[in-house]
Design a protein around this ligand. Structure first.
Ligand code: TA6
Length: 303
């Protein structure tokens, strides 16, 4: 079946006239486009990847690189990549794709549900021969995005196999910022973090997080919400979470941005990644038949 026909069929099956439609997105990839009274949003079947959330009356909240690639085998640069079943490089296989294998493959659309002024899009991906080359587990992973005055993201893993599983996960959210040098991140004061720019040394956050160079930190054993103050955009962005013990904060700064072909040289100034996650020593253990849900909720306010 041609891609265009498949998109028409998906829209016929799942679309809600005037509220949600399945359309051709960048690179010809299918995406769900949501427009409700409270917000507009987009979610690609590629990677189960949310790429846009714009509350009514506010500017776009998510950053997407103008140089992103939109093709199988490559992650979209920006939005909210889903990292699973490992975070970063796979420790026992340097050739494995960074951040796992689900953000670079086509997912399936499960449902689009309108509830009042919100719209929830559910997509899923499952284990198969193509995943077992990297990870022998049997699983079903659902990404449920609710577009409303908040953006709610839920990642639900079901262990459909006969053995226990251990996995890492992250909702690797790229948030748009006016000017990163003036941004401050509250909510991590006193929290231990692994500094990936300093040989993973264990450090303790003093006060607000300020970005003055490449920043790549895994904050440990924290379930607290964080608030990003963005004075240039006159905006505060709150990222709250459930069932997440780690928060990753990343900005590539100048040199790393220049080394990334899918990021424009100055893009680093307009973005910060706040990643709701369970990684490193806080990876998730799940028994056979078990289910694990991790949630992130994003909200914006004036500043
Ligand atoms: O979440 C931070 C991080 O692990 C950084 O080390 C950087 O690699 C970033 O993710 C982007 O990774 P990607 O594989 O998407 O280029």
């Amino acid at each position: 079946m041609g891609a265009a026909v498949a998109i028409v069929d998906l829209d016929r099956q799942f679309g809600i006239p005037g509220i949600a439609s399945v359309v051709e997105g960048n690179g010809g990839l299918p995406k769900v486009r949501v427009t409700s009274s409270q917000a507009s949003g987009e979610m690609y079947l590629h990677g189960g990847h949310v790429t846009s959330w714009k509350p009514t009356g506010a500017d776009e909240v998510l950053f997407v690189s103008s140089r992103s690639r939109w093709e199988d085998g490559h992650a979209i640069r920006g939005g909210v990549p889903v990292c699973f079943p490992w975070f970063g490089n796979k420790r026992d296989d340097p050739k494995a794709p960074a951040h796992g294998f689900v953000r670079t493959k086509a997912w399936q659309l499960a449902s689009i549900v309108q509830a009042g002024d919100t719209v929830t899009v559910s997509m899923f991906t499952e284990s198969g021969q193509n995943t077992k080359t990297w990870w022998p587990a049997d699983f079903r992973l659902v990404h449920r995005a609710t577009f409303g005055s908040d953006l709610s993201l839920e990642l639900v893993l079901t262990n459909t196999g006969t053995t226990a599983l251990r996995f890492e996960e992250a909702l690797h959210a790229y948030l748009r910022m006016g000017q990163i040098e003036k941004v401050r991140v509250r909510g991590l004061d006193g929290v231990h973090y692994l500094d990936k720019t300093d040989q993973n040394r264990d450090k303790t956050q003093q006060g607000k997080v300020v970005i003055t160079s490449e920043t790549d930190r895994i904050y440990l054993n924290t379930s607290d919400a964080v608030e990003i103050e963005d004075p240039v955009s006159h905006r505060r962005t709150l990222v709250a979470k459930e069932n997440s013990c780690t928060t990753v904060v990343w900005n590539p700064w100048v040199q790393k941005a220049r080394s990334m072909s899918d990021l424009a040289d100055d893009d680093w100034r307009q973005m910060i990644c706040i990643e709701t996650s369970n990684v490193a020593d806080f990876a998730v253990n799940i028994e056979r038949g078990g289910r694990h849900s991790m949630k992130a909720t994003v909200r914006v306010a004036g500043f």
